[in-house]
Design a protein around this ligand. Structure first.
Ligand code: 5RP
Length: 228
C-alpha cells in the first residue's frame, strides 16, 4: 500500500541504512516500502559476497528477503546486531508504526537489536506525533479494548481490509484498531496506558527505541540522531 512520500526518497533512505550493515551481522528486516529498499540493497550486497543473516518482521519482509537471496534466521537462534525499519511518523526519535499492521513483530525485532536504524522519507517528519496509533488486539478482546481505547480518547476504528471483505487480520491472527488521539503530548505515558490494557497485543508507538533516523528526500539523504 502507498504510504508517505516519493519512492525515490524512500530508496535513498533505505539504501543509506543498508550501508551500515557489515560482514557477519544478523539484521532485523523491517516491513513496508522503505524497508523493502534496504532489503533489496542487502540482497544485491549478498550477491556480491556479503555474509549476513536476516530476521524478518512480517510475511512481506520474509518473502522479499527470500526472493533476493538473504539467508534467514530467527530470534531463537540469534540476536540482531542491527534492525532497519520504516515508520509512518517520526518526531525526534519517537515513532508511530503499524501502517502495514506489522508493528508487533517489528517492535520485538527492532527492540532486540543492538542498533535500530529508522528509514523514512521526509514526509514522515513532524514536530509532534499525531497520526492514528495502530493497536493490535486479540479478536475476542476487540469490544472491551475498543471501549477502553475510547475512554483514553482514541476514537478506535477497526481497520478494514482492502482486497478482502471484513477486517485486516494481522500476521499473528489478530485485529487492528486505529486510534486517533490527536496530538500526543506524552508518547511514553500513552504507550504505557495502551500496553496495560488486557487483550492488547502491541501498539504502534515506538518510544526511545531508535538509534538513527535515515531521512530520504528526492535529491538527498541525511542521518539524524533521535534528539534532533
Ligand atoms: C509496517 C510499518 C511500516 O514500516 C510503516 O508503515 C512505513 O511504511 P512505508 O515505508 O511503506 O511508508 O510500520 O507495519
Amino acid at each position: 500500500m502507498k504510504r508517505g512520500g516519493s519512492d525515490e526518497a524512500k530508496r535513498r533512505a533505505g539504501e543509506s541504512a543498508a550501508e551500515a550493515v557489515a560482514d557477519g551481522m544478523v539484521v532485523g528486516l523491517g516491513t513496508g516500502s522503505t524497508a523493502a529498499h534496504a532489503i533489496r540493497a542487502l540482497g544485491r550486497a549478498v550477491d556480491s559476497g556479503l555474509d549476513i543473516e536476516g530476521i524478518p518482521t512480517s510475511y512481506q519482509s520474509r518473502d522479499l528477503a527470500r526472493d533476493v537471496g538473504i539467508p534467514l534466521t530467527t530470534l531463537d537462534e540469534a540476536t540482531p546486531d542491527l534492525a532497519i525499519d520504516g515508520a509512518d511518523q517520526v518526531a525526534g526519535g519517537d515513532l508511530i508504526k503499524g501502517g502495514g499492521a506489522a508493528h508487533a513483530r517489528e517492535k520485538i525485532v527492532d527492540a532486540a537489536a543492538d542498533r535500530f536504524l529508522v528509514v523514512a522519507d521526509d514526509s514522515k517528519l513532524t514536530d509532534r506525533l499525531s497520526a492514528p496509533v495502530p493497536v493490535e488486539v486479540l479478536p475476542d478482546a476487540r469490544e472491551p479494548v475498543a471501549d477502553r481505547l475510547g475512554d483514553l480518547g482514541g476514537d478506535p476504528e477497526l481497520r478494514a481490509a482492502e482486497r478482502k471483505d471484513g477486517p485486516v487480520v494481522t500476521d499473528n491472527g489478530n485485529l487492528v484498531l486505529d486510534c486517533d488521539f490527536g496530538e500526543i503530548d506524552d508518547p511514553a505515558a500513552l504507550g504505557s496506558d495502551l500496553s496495560a490494557l488486557p487483550g492488547v497485543v502491541e501498539h504502534g508507538l515506538f518510544v526511545g527505541l531508535a538509534d538513527e533516523i535515515h531521512v530520504g528526500s528526492d535529491d538527498d539523504v541525511t542521518v539524524r540522531q533521535p534528539g534532533e
